[in-house]
Design a protein around this ligand. Structure first.
Ligand code: 6PG
Length: 236
């Protein structure tokens, strides 16, 4: 596990953008799962402005680790956020963008997206293998859209499942632990004082840390890198 701690969100965005650009500079096809949340928003802005023209996006295939079950035009949509902060600012083939259809029936879409991953990603032991999975972490220790009250979704045999937000009841599509932990690299983008307590519990393996889904992220044959600001890392 690597910890990359920067003084503030902007510096985290700069650090991660350099990491992302290197990962996309091999000339090989790369398959990347994006995350929603506030930190990725800043990261996407930085990525687009700093390296938008430097990256050969024709080799970059973008997926989502989770999506809210809303239309792509909805302000809640992770896809909409990504269009606003990244996709509208770069030149990437439409065929390289594998959107989760939030507007469709959740169970049907979870099955469809499971097949999208099967049909488009290299597989390791029959499990779709991302080059990079980008994750955020909620104040409650959730990651992707696997929340503590549904932590059993982590172990499900399917690649994608329907989840439910604990407060709003909003349905979500999420990739499961087997896909996350099959990735070559997982990057946690976690910033802000609200994350301090969970980051400390998970990284220091303290108390009941295993009840937080984010604690289950442990790529079997890959790297886990935490991109943190000082506020989120204050408990380490
Ligand atoms: C989502 C994200 C979710 C997010 C965390 C952290 O769809 O909301 O995938 O897992 O990463 O909630 O969000 P913040 O970075 O905004 O705290």
């Amino acid at each position: 596990m690597d910890l990359r701690i920067q003084e503030n969100k902007q510096r985290v965005a700069e650090d991660f953008s350099e990491f992302f650009k290197e990962l996309c500079s091999t000339g090989e096809e790369v398959h990347i799962a994006l995350s929603g949340g506030s930190t990725p928003k800043i990261v996407f802005d930085q990525l687009a402005s700093e390296f938008g023209a430097d990256i050969d996006w024709s080799k970059v295939n973008l997926y989502w680790g989770d999506e809210r079950c809303v239309p792509p035009s909805d302000d809640e949509s992770n896809y909409k956020m990504t269009v606003e902060h990244l996709l509208s600012k770069i030149t990437i083939p439409e065929a390289n963008i594998f959107r989760i259809l939030g507007e469709d029936d959740p169970e049907k879409e979870a099955k469809r997206y499971t097949n999208v991953l099967r049909d488009n990603l290299p597989a390791l032991n029959g499990i779709p293998c991302f080059d990079l999975v980008i994750l955020g972490m909620g104040d409650d220790g959730h990651t992707a859209s696997i929340f503590p009250h549904q932590i059993e979704l982590w172990e499900m045999p399917e690649s994608c499942k329907v989840a439910t937000h604990p407060e709003s009841g909003q349905k979500r599509i999420t990739i499961t632990g087997k896909v996350i932990n099959a990735a070559k690299t997982v990057a946690f983008l976690v910033t802000g004082a609200g994350k301090k307590e969970k980051v400390s519990a998970i990284i220091n393996e303290r108390e009941d840390y295993k009840k937080f889904p984010a604690s289950l992220v442990a790529p079997k044959n890959g790297k886990l890198i935490w991109f943190l600001d000082q506020d989120a890392a204050a408990g380490l």
